[in-house]
Ligand binder design. Structure first.
Ligand SMILES: Nc1nc2c(ncn2[C@@H]2O[C@H](COP(=O)(O)OP(=O)(O)OP(=O)(O)O)[C@@H](O)[C@H]2O)c(=O)[nH]1
Ligand SMILES: [Mg+2]
Ligand SMILES: [Zn+2]
Length: 332
């Protein structure tokens, strides 16, 4: 297996004794990597990262420059530029910060299941962030075997109404239905990232596409349909046909991080009204001639959609202050 089989399409690295590698997984300070020499364990070269605020800390899915050691730990010298990245704001041990969930994917899949987990608000939130990732986002309505066709169609329509134009596909990993529609994405050397709440069936989908149980899965809690956080680390796996998949642990919180542009993309149907307001600086509150208010009144803009938009915008605007505040608190 070569690093090219794992998606790398850059050239050789310039420094002698180094090679390009892909990060398959992380464990504390340790990285599982693959390069043309083989698969191995690596750690960051301290002097290449310490005290260098601009150095990008490698994560699962990254392409890195490696000094290969055939006898033990290899050394990571540099993280190569990412072509896509999904990050969220999250509370960390050092205050609120951006947490990178997946990088270097060609398609980002957001999974939401056709049970109690289904929630258009969470989907809008995710899409607003996902739209800035640099790769197309596809929504998968999972576990469609659990609902009757009529209910499935209702959920699908609901999801599509709130997806801001993103593709929404119904699937069942259990029955294998709907998976054909994923064929355009499931291609050798292409990287897919699976993201969503715990228990929605991310790892099950990896297994269904692989035709083999390569990822562990666990039953969800029956009473509230919540997952058990079975997958605990992000992991990049290669399917038998050569497709690469980044499976991620279920996300509890999807904090807005530099999401303004993404919100605009995810809510083009909402922002489309703005240019029609009488005043160009209309705040869509009490101004006369407000197209948003008119659209709400005649039903062409659903109220829940407008409120969701306002909530995410407000949250996104608050994030820098939250960040500053939590940094301050942490330093104290
Ligand atoms: N009925 C049905 N159950 C499914 C389907 N896909 C997954 N499940 C079940 O849902 C449960 C959770 O699936 P996982 O694949 O572990 O979910 P996950 O998203 O990887 O969860 P975390 O790793 O905790 O984030 C398991 O019991 C699966 O068997 C499906 O298409 N239909
Ligand atoms: Mg999982
Ligand atoms: Zn207005």
């Amino acid at each position: 297996m070569t690093v090219a089989d794992y998606g790398y399409d850059g050239g050789p690295t310039s420094a002698a004794g180094t090679c390009p590698a892909r990060v398959l997984g992380t464990w504390g300070d340790y990285y599982r990597i693959l390069c043309d020499e083989g698969e191995g364990i690596a750690r960051k070269k301290a002097s290449a990262f310490h005290g260098k605020p601009d150095a990008v800390i490698p994560t699962t899915g990254d392409y890195v420059v490696l000094k290969w050691n055939p006898h033990g730990e290899s050394r990571i010298l540099e993280t190569l530029p990412r072509h896509s990245q999904f990050a969220r704001a999250a509370a960390g041990s050092e205050g609120r910060k951006s947490q990178t969930i997946a990088v270097n994917f060609d398609t980002l899949f957001f999974l939401t299941s056709a049970n109690q987990n289904f929630n258009v608000r969470r989907m809008e939130r995710f899409l607003s962030l996902g739209r800035t990732s640099g790769a197309p986002v596809v929504v998968l309505l999972t576990k469609c075997d659990l609902v009757k066709k009529k209910e499935r169609d209702r959920l699908l329509a609901d999801a599509r109404d709130h997806a801001g134009g993103a593709e929404v596909l119904p699937i069942s990993a259990l029955k294998g239905t709907g998976l054909k529609a994923l064929d355009p994405y499931v291609r050798p050397r292409k990287t897919l990232a699976f993201i969503g709440s715990s228990g929605v069936g991310k790892s099950s989908l990896v297994n269904a596409l692989a035709g083999d149980e390569i990822m562990p899965t666990l039953e969800i809690r029956e009473w509230d349909a919540k997952g058990r956080h079975t997958t605990t680390e992000r992991e990049l796996v290669r399917l038998p046909n050569g497709t690469l998949v980044i499976d991620t642990p279920g996300m509890r919180e999807i904090g807005m991080w530099e999401a303004d542009e993404g919100i605009a993309d995810a809510f083009t149907d909402v922002e489309a009204f703005f240019p029609q307001c009488r005043f160009s600086d209309c705040r869509h509150e009490t101004e006369p001639g407000c197209a948003v208010k008119a659209a709400l009144a005649d039903g062409s803009l659903p109220l829940d959609r407008w409120l969701a938009y306002k909530r995410l915008k407000a949250e996104s605007a608050r994030e820098p202050a939250r960040r500053a505040e939590s940094t301050h608190r942490y330093r104290k």
